[in-house]
Design a protein around this ligand. Structure first.
Ligand code: PHE
Length: 448
């Protein structure tokens, strides 16, 4: 029945671009970028990351938009529509699985952000005597119930927006929240540069330590971060592309989304690292980095409570617009496959994902002894999804458009047409992107 109803669509091209930006810009740009860059040597990581965005990220982003708009279906349905009976559909199932895993731990971190937001509303987190904000953070994330409450709240908000549908839910909220976030992050970065650590931060971020280039782990981290930050490799952008009408043009949208996302990460780095150095925090302190470093600025500055409040509000908002795109991947699939209504799918799938995320939260406290491949539960889920599933999904998407689609179809569906840049794009998807992803994989497991 539902398949006969007309499928929802974006209200405008701007609405689509903002939604894609909303998906891309999230915890990945601020929380994940800063700690991964901090652990992976700063500037060397940043250079490899930017190379991955340009050489692999943008071409695959274009591939996802083209597949989605052409097929007008969810991730699994898109492959089934364009290449019925072929194994490409595995990329679709991998995408749905990635959506479950990523959103399960994403909700945990986003919950932390919501908690900090409310703390600033009521006077700010209290710095412990000796351990400062580090202590506060560790106490909070290791308590069993509190973080679950915030994770639940985050999932409830995400479900509510997906429940509202494409135009009235997803598009409307992205239009409001994205511009506000941009203004605040720029303002904070400028303030942060006036702190004592600016010089050290700039050289950490922009002048590479060449020895880092010989470490295979840095390449895998940069590739995983590029996929995670651009929301690539799991069909979020196939799904969003599928709500586009056929008359919009794609390449400019892809380039705007990728540039804005990268700019956001760099500005977030300029906001965070001066504080890290000014307060003697170690850049490789791991996933807690923003939650420990930023409260230091807010405690120092005039009106810091208001800034803290605004910052964590917007970080939470950015997380919600990304969480929405993750949930939408799974919801769109279940709606079509099982003929569920949007409302039913949003509530059921959102609840399941919340439950799957509980161990990731408890891994910071009561399940602290559990290690998967040497990592805590949340970090293991993140590693598996971001560094393995997303690049693998991206590899399949690149191969699909490069080899599984007729070249003339790919060129037409992408709006590149018979142009040099179009031919270059197909060449990248056929050879460059797959080879680079394979090399990074082989390199990381020590074969190459
Ligand atoms: N890109 C989002 C972020 O940077 C996370 C995300 C990953 C969203 C994959 C959708 C799909 O926070």
């Amino acid at each position: 029945m539902s398949a006969l109803k007309t499928r929802e669509q974006w209200g405008s091209k701007l609405g689509f671009i903002l939604a894609a930006m909303g998906s891309a810009v999230g915890l990945g740009n601020i929380w994940r970028f800063s700690y991964v860059a901090g652990e992976s040597g700063g500037a060397a990581f940043l250079l490899i990351y930017i190379a991955c965005i340009i050489a692999i990220g943008i071409p695959i982003l274009m591939a996802e938009f083209s597949i989605g708009r052409r097929a007008q279906s969810d991730v699994v349905g898109s492959f089934e529509t364009i290449a019925p009976g072929k194994p490409w559909v595995l990329a679709g199932f991998l995408g749905v699985a990635s959506a479950f895993i990523i959103l399960s731990f994403y909700g945990v971190i986003a919950g932390w952000s919501l908690h900090y937001f409310l703390q600033y509303f009521t006077g700010g987190p209290a710095a412990g005597e000796a351990g400062g904000y580090g202590d506060y953070f560790v106490n909070f994330i290791s308590s069993p119930i509190q973080p679950l409450f915030w994770q639940f709240l985050f999932m409830a908000l995400t479900i509510a927006i997906v429940y509202g549908g494409i135009k009235k839910g997803i598009e409307m909220w992205n239009k409001i929240l994205m511009p506000a976030l941009a203004i605040l992050v720029i303002g904070l970065a400028i303030y942060s540069l006036t702190l004592g650590g600016a010089g050290e931060a700039m050289s950490f971020l922009f002048s590479p330590d060449w020895s880092a280039f010989s470490d295979p782990a840095v390449y895998l981290a940069a590739l995983g971060q590029a996929f995670f930050s651009l929301s690539l490799g799991m069909g979020a952008l196939i799904t969003y592309g599928s709500y586009l009408s056929k008359k919009e043009t794609l390449p400019s949208a892809a380039v705007s989304v990728a540039s804005l996302d990268t700019l956001f990460a760099i500005i977030a780095g300029i906001m965070i690292f001066p504080v890290v150095f000014a307060f003697g925090i170690s850049p490789d302190s791991g996933p807690g980095l923003v939650f420990i470093a930023l409260p230091e600025i807010f405690a120092e500055m005039n009106g810091g409570l208001i800034f803290g409040f605004l910052f964590f509000f917007l970080l939470s908002a950015a997380a919600i617009t990304s969480g929405v795109s993750l949930l939408e991947v799974a919801v769109a699939y279940f709606m079509r496959r099982f003929e569920w209504s949007r409302k039913k799918a949003a509530v059921i799938i959102g609840t399941i994902i919340f439950l799957i995320g509980i161990p990731s939260s408890l891994g910071n406290g009561v399940l602290n002894n559990v290690r998967i491949g040497g990592l805590e539960i949340l970090d293991a889920a993140d590693f598996l999804a971001s560094n393995i599933f997303l690049p693998l999904g991206g590899l399949m998407i690149a191969l699909f458009v490069g080899w599984g689609w007729k070249k003339t179809d790919a060129l037409r569906e992408s709006d590149f047409g018979d142009t040099t840049i179009g031919h270059l794009w197909v060449f990248v998807l056929r050879f460059i992107a797959p080879v680079m992803i394979m090399l990074v994989f082989l390199n990381a497991i020590g074969i190459f």
